[in-house]
Design a binder for this molecule. Structure first.
Ligand SMILES: Cc1cc2nc3c(=O)[nH]c(=O)nc-3n(C[C@H](O)[C@H](O)[C@H](O)COP(=O)(O)OP(=O)(O)OC[C@H]3O[C@@H](n4cnc5c(N)ncnc54)[C@H](O)[C@@H]3O)c2cc1C
Length: 480
């Protein structure tokens, strides 16, 4: 609990209208898009770096946890305040400070929505490419803090690859500037990169300078249908091995296809699995490359193959692809998609074997897994579908997650390609990174000695992930 006098001081910094302290308000801020929930003691909507600095200084003096929050779309519990404390709602800090196409950068506040930033950049024929599926709602601050990426990472990389510099409020309330506004920089430790993927555990990002690049002139999409998920996985591997570099290369299994068609009526081809490939660039190049991709899909066992250069059809297909996650909860009557084991990456050639093993694990544990993802860069999303109130369902899911991640690690992969660690992936990140955990802990201790920045996450998480559940109590008791 926060002392009443401290709450008054926070109110004094941001004004009463920017404080949320009602039970209903705090309850809402206890969620992100993960399976977890826990309420903060107070929420402050911040508008500038001075406000952030003053509140963090107060938190430091009184050893109160501080959790930065963008749009709260994190999928692993990163923005859930498990030790209570102060949530800083960063969304009012949404100004674009500068777009300088001649210098290939833009400087923005962290609360701007990714899609909004790209709308402004597009007016100058530029873009910031990472394209997470949540891009229409998530903030760029959240993207930096989780190293978000998406469909176009295969060609354009992740958020990390575009961070040039940033302003950060450190855990004692001081303000630091990391990195530069230049494309190149060899000037000491790259602390701006250390903040990427730090999930709010090292400081509060209050300004970011991103590299930007010109928009491609044309795009084309092909969709190939397969009668098995493994064949589609092999198709992905064959496209990559051919030397082509698509701007997106996605896979979807029948569970995902059915869910999207059922809830969105997009009309994706009904089949066991499909590959959605996008190419971009000059007109002749995209025509050549999309044809080559179709040929490789055919050789890999594809049945029907559809091409399109039509902007509306392409937008529809991307809407369908981005709609997989929310649609999955409409797949069955009493099943919901829960964010568990949802974001592994494996070396690209290991995709077919990984997919096969995941399906075996799902069958063995009596759960359903929908598989989709940015398979072209080795990143799969395996959404676990369960009835969250059925007896034993969480235990089965947790067993399956454990087996899945052990397979991923044994294949030389990582437990998170883009969504980050938070709580839901922490035990397996600790296995994957066992010989660098001590270094991470030392860095955290050196920068945040009072451990007030988003405590209890990543390397600090202990025990079962079936904790702080947003679902009914009985299951938590049964599982813990
Ligand atoms: C439907 C759906 C689809 C998704 N698709 C993708 C995808 O394709 N790719 C992908 O990478 N992710 C995806 N995600 C996950 C999520 O959207 C991303 O991680 C996103 O970048 C989070 O942004 P946010 O603004 O919601 O951050 P939040 O959830 O609010 O915060 C995420 C983390 O960042 C920290 N943080 C936020 N702002 C700051 C700041 N200013 N300073 C310091 N720390 C901060 C928080 O403390 C927290 O640890 C998806 C989520 C959903 C619900």
């Amino acid at each position: 609990m926060i002392d009443g006098a401290v709450a008054e001081e926070i109110k004094g910094v941001v004004g009463e209208d920017n404080i949320i302290s009602s039970h209903a308000g705090l309850y809402t801020y206890g969620f992100d898009a993960s399976i977890h929930h826990s309420m903060p003691d107070i929420v402050a909507r911040v508008h500038n770096v001075e406000e952030v600095s003053k509140i963090v200084r107060l938190a430091y003096e009184h050893s109160i946890p501080v959790i930065a929050r963008g749009s709260g779309t994190a999928l692993s519990g990163q923005s859930v305040p498990i030790e209570g404390g102060i949530v800083l709602d960063m969304t009012p800090m949404k100004r674009i400070k500068e777009i300088r196409v001649e210098d290939l950068y833009c400087t923005v506040e962290p609360g701007i929505i990714y899609g909004k930033l790209n709308e402004e950049l597009a007016k100058k024929n530029f873009f910031f490419p990472p394209s997470p599926g949540s891009g229409d709602v998530c903030t760029v601050g959240g993207m930096v803090a989780t190293n978000a990426s998406g469909m176009r990472a295969i060609k354009y990389g992740a958020t990390r690859d575009y961070v040039l510099g940033m302003e950060v409020v450190m855990p004692d309330g001081s303000i630091a500037h990391f990195g530069t506004r230049t494309i190149k920089n060899s000037s000491g430790y790259q602390l701006e990169k250390l903040m990427v993927g730090s999930e709010g555990t090292l400081g509060i990002i209050t300004e970011i300078t991103f590299r930007i690049i010109p928009l491609p002139e044309h795009r084309a999409i092909s969709i190939a249908s397969f009668d098995s998920l493994e064949k589609a996985g092999q198709g992905i591997s064959n496209i990559i091995a051919s030397g082509l570099l698509p701007s997106a290369l996605e896979i979807m299994d029948s569970v995902c296809i059915t869910a999207v068609n059922k809830s969105m009526g997009i009309g994706l081809p009904e089949c066991e699995a499909l590959i959605l490939a996008e190419v971009d660039g000059e007109e002749e190049v995209i025509k050549r490359d999309i044809k080559l991709i179709a040929d490789i899909c055919k050789e890999s066992g594809a049945g029907n193959i559809e091409f399109t250069y039509d902007k509306d059809r392409m937008a529809d297909l991307w809407r369908g692809r981005k709609g997989v996650l929310p649609s999955l909860s409409r797949y069955g009557e009493d099943m919901v998609s829960v964010s568990l084991a949802d974001d592994m990456s494996v070396p690209i050639s290991k995709i077919p074997v990984a997919i096969k093993k995941f399906q075996e694990i799902a069958k063995k544990n009596g759960i359903l897994i929908g598989t989709y993802g940015h398979a072209g860069d080795g990143n799969l999303h395996t959404k676990v579908l369960i009835n969250p109130t059925a007896e034993g369902s969480w235990r089965h899911a947790e067993n399956a997650v454990d087996e899945i991640y052990r397979v991923v690690i044994s294949l030389g992969g990582t437990v998170s390609g883009e969504h980050g660690i938070g709580i839901s992936k922490a035990p397996w990140m600790q296995i994957e990174r066992k010989d660098s955990l001590a270094v991470m802990k030392e860095i955290k201790k050196a920068i945040d000695p009072k451990n007030i920045m988003n405590p209890g996450k990543m390397m600090q998480w202990h025990g079962s992930i079936i904790s702080y559940l947003r679902y009914p109590e009985n299951e938590r008791n049964e599982s813990s």
